[in-house]
Design a protein around this ligand. Sequence first.
Ligand code: AMP
Length: 293
Amino acid sequence: MDIAHTIAEARRFGAAARAAGRTVGLVPTMGALHEGHYSLIRRCRTECSCTIVSIFVNPAQFGPAEDFAGYPRPFDADTDACRRLGTDLLFAPESREMYPRDQLAWANVEKLTRHLCGTRRPDHYRGVCTVVLKLCNILTPARAYFGQKDAQQLAVIQRLAADLNLGVEIVPCPTVREPDGLALSSRNRYLSHDQRRQAPCLCRALFHARDLLGAGQTDSAAIIAAMTKLIQEQPQAQIDYISIVDRDLLQPIPRIDRPALIALAVHLGPARLIDNLPVDPPPAKTLEYCRDV
Ligand code: AMP
């Protein structure tokens, strides 16, 4: 496995891979790798002849009061994991390599970034879009792999790639969960033993919402109220948001009458955890009078 810390090295590697006729796949991460990241890398390995993993804790996507400084950076363990998984290039630049001066040019996706995590993290997606665009410009991958765990990020990047003609296929990958349902996240390591025990309340609320929908409840407010009640049973859980939005533009919908996303963010001690579930409206009931036709 090659390791590049500079843009020039990474650019050379990507160009050489392309010139050799290899299909370059990119897995962008912030490190502290876990099975969720591994699943993206494995998928990339099966679909591409050259797998590049980037590890970059991107300062531009953290707000001033967020955990940029304390974000876990276990670089040696991450390097071992990438090597073990058959990564061809690990690109791990420093902040000053990616942002050598005041950044004046930004990439952004409007509308999709307004709700959900965008409400409390106003510049977050601008930072995400900009770094993904930089990585694509540097490495020129044919495909890039993103987790559905970060459903809003995935939708925003898909729109960025489409609207700015990036020429990169964005490949969505399913959320990897712990046996108790908790979505794997680098931030789970912030949780105390007690908080970890409470953390599956996010997925339990989502699964409860799916059951309600299955039983015919399509009213967003009623579903959100039931989810809120479930989460509030956990003493340390503080709800940031619970939202039901359409899957196209991520706008809140009063009723699940089209493909939707149920998404939530919950603070548990030092960690802000997110999770989501895509759902579809229940099939329209067969009309009584159709039976005899
Ligand atoms: P991060 O390092 O948190 O920026 O995540 C890097 C990529 O891994 C993103 O595309 C995430 O959506 C994806 N990812 C993180 N956690 C999971 C998970 N539990 N399952 C699947 N993908 C994940």
